[in-house]
Design a protein around this ligand. Structure first.
Ligand code: DAS
Length: 356
């Protein structure tokens, strides 16, 4: 009798331990890491090479194996989508990556997605995904300023933090995020402000939050349309129009604008000084290009936080131009590229630039 009771008790204890273990295993979020290259996958010749190295060398499985602690925060698996330095990203790469992210986000066995990426165009990819992927699930773009082979490499902690955020329920519905250097920034706002320090990424209006030892601390939300509230859907976009950027400083001429249009640009982002200012010598050429159906979108190369006002110093209504609001030229190019898949109307384009 006693022996049976003890046996039953022992069985009950063992099954409770197994169930709780299984339950623990089931409570870990499933996070997919899509690797595209960049410094976070870079390798240098020596530990002292924090700036001299080759980007896009280390495969995703090695990145994951290098941080065993990832398994404490999520059940992780990796896919190597590309292996390139991000300055080489093209519209075709954006489409491929966007479609893969959207497909994974629809899977019930995926709770969050991390994209490892080069720092040079992190801000463009993150903004693009923010505009076209319809999901509440966290999508986190992560990069690093130093290769994993260097002393004080930043990639491992950035990737650990990114996976932790991507698996967090409280990161849902916040739009595409960029996790770097303990900060959680909006993919819409963030830009690479310094190209030689680990504290490289800045949002002119501040980060959304911080992530410290795998815990998120939120301070604000993005007020612009994104992901689930976006009118743009990657599943309905199979081609992206050519939009180019022309940089304007003193003594600017119309040569770049004309040759970019001659190469097929459907819109020109004018990266002007100050309030997206346009030299008087440029206006006739811009009017001619506008009359040929090319859109002129005024942005600014002011780097600590631009804000282009419509009809302030430039008669935008009269010239039928669009203003890029607070978007820097590279972000304005992304939004114009996506917007032109849906409309060619100036008023509609301007609405889109106010709302996204
Ligand atoms: N060339 C840079 C890039 O791939 C390296 C990096 O900083 O990630 O964006």
């Amino acid at each position: 009798m006693l022996k049976n009771t003890v046996t039953r008790w022992a069985l009950a204890v063992v099954s409770a331990v197994i169930l709780s273990g299984t339950a623990m295993a089931q409570t870990k979020p499933n996070v997919v890491i899509l690797a595209t290259g960049g410094t976070i996958a870079g390798a240098g010749a020596d530990v002292t090479n924090s700036a001299t190295y080759q980007a896009a060398k280390v495969p995703v499985d090695k990145l994951i194996a290098g941080i065993p602690q990832l398994s404490n925060v999520a059940a992780v698996r990796g896919e190597q989508v590309f292996q390139i330095a991000s300055e080489s990203f093209t519209n075709a790469n954006l489409l491929t990556l966007g479609k893969r992210v959207a497909a994974l986000a629809k899977q019930s066995d995926v709770d969050g997605i991390v994209i490892t990426h080069g720092t040079d165009t992190t801000e463009e990819t993150a903004y693009f995904l923010n505009l076209v992927v319809h999901t509440e699930k966290p999508i986190v773009v992560v990069a690093s300023m130093r290769p994993g082979t260097a002393m004080s490499a930043d990639g491992t902690l950035n990737l650990y933090s990114a996976v932790s955020v991507a698996g967090s329920k409280d990161a849902r519905g916040k739009g595409v995020l960029v996790v770097m250097n303990d900060e959680i920034n909006s993919g819409r706002d963030v830009t690479k402000a310094i190209n030689i320090k680990v504290e490289a990424f800045k949002s002119p209006w501040g980060p959304l939050g911080l992530v410290v030892e795998g815990k998120n601390y939120w301070f604000r939300k993005l007020d612009k349309r994104h992901t689930m509230t976006s009118e743009f859907d990657i599943e309905k976009i199979d081609a992206l129009p050519q939009v180019e950027i022309a940089y304007a400083a003193g003594s600017v001429t119309d040569v770049a604008y004309r040759s970019l249009v001659a190469s097929g640009a459907k819109a020109i982002i004018h990266a002007g000084p100050g309030n997206g200012s346009v030299s008087g010598t440029l206006v006739p050429a811009l009017q001619e290009l506008r009359s040929k159906g090319v859109h002129i979108i005024r942005s600014t190369h002011v780097n600590a936080g631009g804000f282009v006002l419509r009809n302030a110093e430039q008669p935008d209504d009269k010239y039928d131009w669009v203003v890029a609001h607070d978007l820097n030229p590279q972000k304005a190019r992304i939004l114009a590229t996506v917007a032109l898949t849906a409309t060619n109307d100036t008023k509609e384009l301007q609405r889109i630039f106010w709302e996204y």
